[in-house]
Design a protein around this ligand. Structure first.
Ligand code: HEM
Length: 413
């Protein structure tokens, strides 16, 4: 009997080991292949390479690793098998495979960034019908043509005012200035807030959230992750004061004036409102994500446009022409659509899914594109700008950005 058990153990152990080693491929890759048999999925076992890179954060480490792998194995490899972040993983780098995976929500679940960092009731953490309901509301509030028309009107005075102040200052750090402008716009549009003297500390909180929400989820005192979660809680408590004020004023009876009102008034199929926590988590996420994504995208737009005189010339021509036609300084949604060349300033189409896909696709994609076009329009018709460090290095943490925050010299034309 003892000998039998020893045989079972000796034969069984390698089998269990084999199963564990290949589990990701058996479970996940088979699912992908079953859905898309025509796709050429090549798997490379590159187990130790990742460790040699030294990982600073989940996001940066993975990004850098993808670039290294593509250089090493060529662009046609769809997926890599590896041991990363403490467990076996399959890393997908190709746009077509990413799209497929984003459309298999039952098979591939989100595990990172953590729910704690995103807010347990935020759209980014939700699933199933709850996710769909909150998403459709958010899409209506920020992606519907009527909402976009309101946003166009709403954001321009702040942008125009900011550009005037840039020219007065002369030398600016574009990233810092853009973060301020977009925070003012997001705060007003999503929660009718003028942050006033609080603006600086809120900026700091949002920065800390950005630095830590994709970092290793270590709760060690002093870690970026722990500080991000702390700042999120603090920012949420500021939003809670606004929410309580509205509840006291019985705002629910009135027409919704912003995203916070809309979320407060929303009812589910059973006629129940969203809870305070649900409203707050989604407001916090929208202001945070909306702020950083718009500011970062605009920073790169200013950098690349300034570096290419031909593109700059074509853009200025198109925008000057529109400005001449207009009696008013402010443009409309229809005007934005007329700016065909300006609308093309974006990453190479088809290279990756910048706004995600499938059920997780980004509800803010139009909002961010509109803001970029509006910023470029007002800048191009009234100002010139020069990049002071054209060969500036890129820093990758927490997102790829010019290391100096993009120093510009701005003046009126
Ligand atoms: C440059 C600008 C932006 C980029 C590149 C971007 C990118 C993305 C990507 C890739 C996803 C999918 C994430 C995933 O699969 O887990 C996503 C989701 C999301 N984005 Fe954006 N985004 C941008 C702007 C915005 C803005 C302005 C807002 C809101 C105000 C926003 C709100 C969201 C939300 C709430 C989700 C979660 C969607 C869901 O879970 O269904 N984003 N975004």
């Amino acid at each position: 009997m003892g000998l039998d058990m020893a045989y079972v153990f000796l034969l069984g152990l390698p089998l269990v080991g084999w199963l564990l080693w290949w589990w990701n491929e058996i479970w996940f890759v088979t699912a992908i292949k079953a859905k898309c048999s025509s796709m050429n999925i090549k798997m490379f076992p590159v187990t130790w390479d990742f460790l040699s890179l030294g990982k600073c954060s989940h996001f940066y480490g993975t990004l850098k690793y993808c670039v290294v792998l593509i250089h090493k194995y060529g662009e046609n490899v769809g997926a890599y098998r590896n041991y990363m972040y403490g467990s076996p993983r399959i890393l997908v780098c190709s746009p077509s495979l990413s799209k497929l995976i984003l459309n298999l929500p039952d098979k591939f679940k989100q595990a990172w960034p953590t729910i704690e960092a995103l807010g347990s009731n935020s759209l980014m953490s939700l699933k199933g019908t709850h996710h769909d309901r909150v998403k459709s509301l958010l899409m209506n509030a920020i992606n519907h043509p009527h909402a976009l028309a309101c946003i166009v009107v709403h954001v321009q005075p702040t942008i125009v005012h900011a550009l005037q102040s840039w020219a007065q200052k002369g030398k600016i750090i574009a990233l810092d200035e853009l973060k301020k402008v977009t925070l003012l716009n997001m705060g007003r549009y999503f929660a009718s807030l003028d942050f006033g003297p609080q603006l600086h500390s809120i900026e700091h909180m949002l920065f800390a959230i950005t630095q830590g929400f994709r970092a290793q989820p270590a709760k060690i005192p002093g870690s970026a992750y722990r500080y991000a979660v702390k700042c999120r809680t603090k920012f949420k408590s500021i939003m809670r004061v606004e929410l309580e004020k509205r509840k006291q004023q019985n705002e629910n009876a009135k027409e919704a004036k912003d995203l916070m009102d809309q979320l407060m008034q929303m009812k589910d199929e059973g006629g129940k409102n969203l809870t305070d926590e649900e409203v707050l988590d989604n407001i916090v996420s929208s202001i945070h994500v909306g702020n950083i994504s718009t500011a970062y995208l605009s920073t790169w737009a200013l950098y690349f446009v300034a570096k290419d005189p031909n593109v700059l010339h074509k853009l200025r021509e198109e925008n000057m022409e529109l400005a001449k036609e207009k009696k008013d300084l402010f443009i409309t949604c229809e005007d934005v659509l007329k700016l065909k060349y300006t609308n093309k300033i974006r990453p190479r189409v088809g290279t990756y899914y910048a706004f995600g896909g499938g059920w997780k696709s980004c509800p803010g994609n139009m909002l961010v594109r509109l803001q970029r076009v509006i910023l470029l329009h007002h800048l191009l018709i009234g100002y010139k700008w020069e990049v002071l460090n054209p060969d500036v290095k890129v820093r990758y943490l927490s997102h790829p950005l010019p290391a100096d925050g993009l120093q510009l010299l701005v003046s009126e034309i």
